[in-house]
Unconditional design. Sequence first.
Length: 249
Amino acid sequence: MGLTGLVVVAAIILAVLKSMIIIIKQYERGVVYFLGKLDPNVRGPGLNFLIPFIQKMDRVDTRIVTMDVPSQDVITKDNVSIKVNAVLYFRVYDPSKALVQVENYLYATSQLAQTTLRSVCGEAELNDLLSKREQLNNRIQTIIDQQTEVWGVKVVSVELKQIDLPQEMQRAMARQAEAERERIAKVIQAKGEFEAAKELSEAAEIMSANPVTLQLRYLETLKGISGENNSTIVFPIPMNLFEAFKGTK
């Protein structure tokens, strides 16, 4: 056998050895087929050996997959046209099912997430979409997870990312929010005026029961005004101002 023949034999041996020895990473699992038939024993991480030309192995990533669900056009229950997108977190818990039960579990999960997102959001009113996101997230997750279970896929979480409203709806909501803020401000102002009027009424009753207190308050006000201004201010003083002091002699 010449040098060329030896090189060919060595290349064949290396190719056979390469097909026999498979290294699986920690986050991967190996699904083996024996003459096209599924081997129920899934291979774990580490060094694995296959029978050349008889056994074949497909790798499956078991880490959590983050999938962006594209924006979907949705008409809510109260007939508002919006756009909604979400993010989906899932992982493969049964590699054999993920490869055998569905042609492409990534594509299938993506399509299912889009249709479920449209369906669930279309059954809800706009206020619920804005205020009850957690409930909607849980409902979407439950629906998707029930259908992907037969594919060996577990849905970990679903999160609504953004809800795009029409411009006219945004303006209407802004006006509504402004009107609500004005209403609250008026209510607070009215309560403050009511409390102030109540306090003034109580103070007036106390002063009316004691004329000396009223006169002292009047003099105190005059003193405050004279201290703040350098100009001369003349106030007419009623004669009954001194009547309260006549009985004190």
